[in-house]
Design a protein around this ligand. Structure first.
Ligand SMILES: [Zn+2]
Ligand SMILES: [Zn+2]
Length: 258
């Protein structure tokens, strides 16, 4: 059985727990670790976990809202950390005391009863990876921090039943909002972040390959509103806005079956 729980999502910090259960055996992978050590421990506690129950970390890219306290947590709890060689280079190649594992587009990673399948995405980081996870029966996609959706991304997410999907901004709110011009351009660029409308189109395309549940994630506080993300996804997927969950910046989501 595959479950997941966002521990928080957005520019203030991202972390998502993925859990596989096989009989009495549990496997937990923490995807991104963009919180302080203490706050992360608190949110893991709310999820029913102690930090030493995390079997592996997977870091998507070097931005602070994703890498956060990954190294401290890994060293303190002796947890292996997966990231791309580019991400490792971008953080200055610190010593991970033998816990670093390099991830690559196309190379599957086995951790207990979970398999992770990383793939590259266009984003203004050195070598960003997003991923899908499976327990062998169900597939969950995690897709945040990308400027546009490539055929590669779509092919890697085909067959996912659930998807945590970036709905960063409403294009009109971004264009008319308070951000300086250069930042607006960066966010809206092909190497920035995904707009609600594009997220909706993406979800609709993946519906044809089996996608059933979408959780909107990485919403901008300034340039988006949960109701707009829900409307965009529901409109594109042909469901009710109330059927779309939104990962909160601080409370994330409850545990959900993938
Ligand atoms: Zn981010
Ligand atoms: Zn980023």
């Amino acid at each position: 059985m595959l479950r997941f729980k966002s521990l928080g999502s957005g520019s203030s910090g991202n972390a998502t727990l993925v859990q596989a259960r096989d009989g009495t055996t549990l496997t937990h992978v923490l995807v991104d670790c963009g919180l302080g050590v203490r706050e992360l421990a608190r949110r893991l506690g709310e999820a029913g976990l102690l930090p030493d129950q995390v079997d592996a970390l997977f870091i998507t890219h070097e931005h602070g809202d994703h890498i956060g306290s990954a190294r401290s947590l890994a060293l303190r709890q002796r947890i292996p950390v997966w990231m791309s060689a580019g991400t490792y280079a971008a953080i200055g190649e610190p010593d991970f005391e033998g816990l670093l594992r390099l991830a690559r587009d196309g190379d599957a990673i086995g951790i207990g009863d979970l398999q992770l399948h990383p793939f590259t995405v266009p984003h203004d980081a050195r070598e960003p990876l997003q991923l899908h996870c499976t327990d062998g029966a169900t597939r969950l996609g995690i897709l945040t921090d990308l400027g546009h959706v490539t055929p590669h991304v779509l092919s890697k997410l085909a067959g996912c039943r659930s998807l945590l999907l970036e709905c960063n901004h409403d294009s009109d709110m971004l264009a008319n909002g308070p951000y300086p011009h250069f930042l607006k351009r960066r966010i809206a660029s092909d190497w920035g972040h995904l707009a609600n409308r594009v997220a909706g189109e993406t979800a609709a395309r993946l519906q044809a390959t089996g996608l059933r549940e979408v959780v909107a994630a990485h919403l901008s506080k300034t340039n988006n509103h949960p109701s707009l993300a829900r409307l965009a996804l529901a409109g594109a997927m042909g469901c009710e806005p109330g059927d779309i969950a939104v990962a909160d910046a601080v409370t994330g989501t409850p545990w959900r079956d993938a």
